[in-house]
Each structure stands twice: as structure tokens, then as C-alpha cells.
Write a new protein. Sequence first.
Length: 234
Amino acid sequence: MSMLDRLFRRFAPAGAAAPVDWGLTPRPQLLEVDKWRLSGLLSEIVSIVGVSPYPLDELMLMGAAMVYHRPQAVIDIGTHFGKSARIWHEYARRLSLVCEIHTIDLCDPEHPEFPGGTLGEYFKGLPVTQHIGDGCEVAMTLLDQRSDAAVLLYVDGDHRYETVRRELELAGRMHSGCIIVHDTFYQPGSTYNHGPYLAIQDAVPSLPVEQVIHLQTGLPGMSYLGPKPRDGRA
Ligand SMILES: C[S@@+](CC[C@H](N)C(=O)[O-])C[C@H]1O[C@@H](n2cnc3c(N)ncnc32)[C@H](O)[C@@H]1O
């Protein structure tokens, strides 16, 4: 019997629906999920957010991270329309996770991606907490307030090398969970912004990171960093 079943039998009120454990039991050391089963959720997610800016493989990786880590909080840097925040919410709901979703945006009219009135339009009315400020600063405070929680940190702010390097240092404050970085496609010789990819390459050797997965079959690209847990938990 899985841990989830044991907890359910012990604490759930009579008549409550049994939870579904979407992960593999016992959980493998590195990220591994039942991709066939997770694929079954994709059409529902696509019907809500479409496939742009997140193509199918990226939506799968986002779901896999939720299934495997079962985060208690998601910290989403770079709100804009709120598609990523909505995706975290939809996965958390379908996986029966008790998970706070926080999203942060600079909301600076001088910034080329200033969202203006479209800020967070994809999660209006849903339980997603919007913060205005610098992603790294706000995330630092949120992480310090959740020092024993499993957290999924999502990095999709301004995509400059220096900014992403600074955001990746947040791995040192994470108890357990993972980091996902967006726009990490790398194509030598192209004029694409390679800042996020190069930041990962340079930062990882000195970070408590055990596993790196790059989705790089085309733009925009997404990368998963599985930090070494502080106390043996993933
Ligand atoms: C690519 S968009 C994010 C897309 C969003 N994740 C989605 O799925 O809809 C980047 C956003 O990051 C914001 N941003 C830029 N620099 C930031 C920073 N230092 N901290 C927080 N947000 C930032 C921009 O205002 C912009 O809205």
C-alpha cells in the first residue's frame, strides 16, 4: 500500500473519494513518471492554454515535475498572461495536490514584455496569488517562509544571462523540489537569446543539482533541474 493510501485511510473522513497516486511507487531517485498516463491529461490542458508558448513536450515536462515532486508550493517568476500559473493550477487540481501557486511579475512599463492589463488574465478568479516585484527577491522571501516545503520554482522572467544566474542561486534555499527554466533553446550560430541556457551551463557545477533535462528539439525550449535534496528528500 502506498504512503498516500496509508495517510488517506488514517485521516480521510468517511465517504471521501480515494486519492489517486499518479507517481511511481516507490518513487525513483531521479525524475521518472508514467508518461502514458500523464499523456492522458494533455488534451485537457491544451484545451485551456493551447500549445503556445508551451508546445506539447514542454507541457509534459511541467506535468511530470508536478507528478514526481508533488510540490506544496509553486513559485512562478514571470506572470505575463498567466498561462504557466494556470497550467500549475490545472495540474495541481487534477493530481489532487494541496499546492499554493504564487506568481511574480515586475510589471514595469519600461520592460519590453510589460503585460499591462493582460497581467494574469488566464487565472482570473482562481486561487493563484499574484505578487508584484522582482522575481528573485520575492521568490527568496517565499522560499525562506517555506524552508521545509517541496517547491517547484519556475523561471520565466526577463531571460537575461545575469538574471537567470541570480535566480538559479535560489536552488541553495530550496529544501526539496525542482527548478524549471523556460526559453532555454540553444542553437550555435543563431541569434536566439542563449542567456538562460548558458546560465544553466555555468551555474550547475556549483549548484546542489543532481539531474538536468533539456528539451531542445526547437524553440522555445525548457530545462528541468532536479536539485540534490538537503535531507535526502526529492
Ligand atoms: C515571457 S513572459 C512570462 C510568460 C508567462 N510565464 C506565461 O506563461 O504566460 C515574461 C514576464 O516576465 C516579467 N519579468 C521580467 N523581468 C522580471 C523580473 N526581474 N521579475 C519578475 N518578472 C519579470 C515581464 O514583465 C513579463 O511579463
